[in-house]
Design a protein around this ligand. Structure first.
Ligand SMILES: CC(C)(COP(=O)(O)OP(=O)(O)OC[C@H]1O[C@@H](n2cnc3c(N)ncnc32)[C@H](O)[C@@H]1OP(=O)(O)O)[C@@H](O)C(=O)NCCC(=O)NCCS
Length: 331
């Protein structure tokens, strides 16, 4: 039986650290407000001129090195982002050229904070067909140039940071390790609860001065609705994932939740009666890096030597769309 295993993993964050106090100099907020409501202490912002594929390149090179593979060993690049280099072509093509993975197919996934889970599900399914052996899955985001750093946008601006994470999924025969299960969900009734319009393709011209002036170009969020649905959906998805795989919470070594808000993840752990320490976090250092958050957390945990062969890892994510999902991996 062919399974997909994580053969290599890597991540990258830009060096510039931005503290909560620094944000408090730009608009009305405080370190205390941000920490107590979100758990975030600092985040990274890239230098102006840096694109999402630039960050992805750094993470991808580390993942390939870890997998002991070269760029042309890849059969496909799947690129998850909500902050692409340009509207088109997809960021996967920009990354492919920078990486030197000539002629390797590229697929962009636009599923926001659930982007990595959607992407790895596609990678896993393609590998299990037997036609693909090595697929690079990248999540990368430049949020810092697309946040409203005024009082109007402060609820969103404090949450997000820049970063990238990547994993090489490879075919493995006769191995009981690898991706065991994934599930994906969405509820399009909530597209307006967390969105960024920038432009409206039904209008000519599709970008107007009014859009710029009114603030429509910035992300909009109904924070309470997002919070409430995130907790409910994540609890549901963990419960179903465990039940469908005949597992108990104690069988899982670590949960790798998307890093949106420390309080969301702690509440999910509490409702599931699972120890909070099992729910790993690095949101304190990076804020919400959307599609990058899960591979970034996986990479840090792996490089800290915390993962042993055979460990059962549960990945969960929720985000704009609304979209959500889970993945169960035997390391
Ligand atoms: C954004 C979030 C932290 C706000 O926390 P909250 O406790 O719901 O706060 P509220 O939105 O009720 O706002 C409370 C007050 O703080 C104010 N406020 C909002 N942002 C603020 C900021 N950065 N600093 C200080 N005050 C702020 C509000 O204006 C409001 O003031 P008011 O009571 O005078 O009207 C919280 O809703 C959240 O985390 N939601 C989920 C967001 C998320 O995860 N998004 C990504 C999903 S992938």
């Amino acid at each position: 039986m062919v399974r997909s295993v994580i053969q290599g993993i890597g991540s990258y964050v830009p060096p510039r650290v931005v503290t909560n106090d620094e944000l408090a100099r730009l608009f009305t907020t405080s370190d205390e407000w941000i920490r107590t409501r979100t758990g975030i202490e600092e985040r990274r912002f890239a230098e102006e001129g840096t694109t999402c594929s630039d960050l992805a390149l750094q993470a991808a090179q580390k993942a390939l090195e870890d997998a002991k593979l070269g760029p042309t060993d890849l059969d496909l690049i799947i690129f998850a982002t909500l902050s692409p280099d340009h509207h088109f072509p997809g960021s996967g093509c920009y990354l492919q050229a920078k990486l030197g993975a000539k002629n390797v197919g590229c697929l962009d996934v636009r599923n926001q904070c659930t982007g990595f889970v959607y992407s790895m599900t596609v990678a896993d399914a393609l590998i299990r067909t037997g036609s693909y052996r090595n697929i690079l899955v990248v999540g990368s985001e430049i949020h810092s140039s697309a946040l409203d750093f005024s009082d109007r946008g402060r609820d969103v601006a404090v949450l997000f940071g820049d970063g990238a994470g990547a994993a090489v999924f490879s075919a493995s025969n006769g191995d009981d390790r690898g991706v065991l299960y994934t599930e994906l969900h969405a509820d399009g009734e909530f597209t307006r609860a967390l969105c960024m319009d920038i432009w409206d393709i039904s209008h000519k011209p599709f970008i107007t001065a009014e859009n710029l002036e009114s603030g429509k170009i910035w992300p909009q969020m109904d924070g309470r609705t997002v919070f409430k649905h995130a907790v409910t959906r994540l609890v549901e998805t963990v419960t179903r994932t465990l039940a469908r795989n005949g597992l108990k919470p104690e069988d899982v070594k670590y949960v790798f939740p998307h890093q949106a808000n420390l309080r969301i993840n702690q509440m999910v752990a509490e409702k599931l009666n699972m120890p909070k320490e099992k729910f790993l976090s690095n949101i304190q250092k990076y804020g919400n890096t959307t599609a990058a958050s899960i591979p970034l957390l996986l990479d840090e945990t792996y490089r800290a030597g915390k993962l042993e062969r055979g460990d059962l890892l549960l990945i969960i994510a929720f985000g704009s769309g609304f979209t959500w999902g889970s993945a169960l991996i035997k390391w």
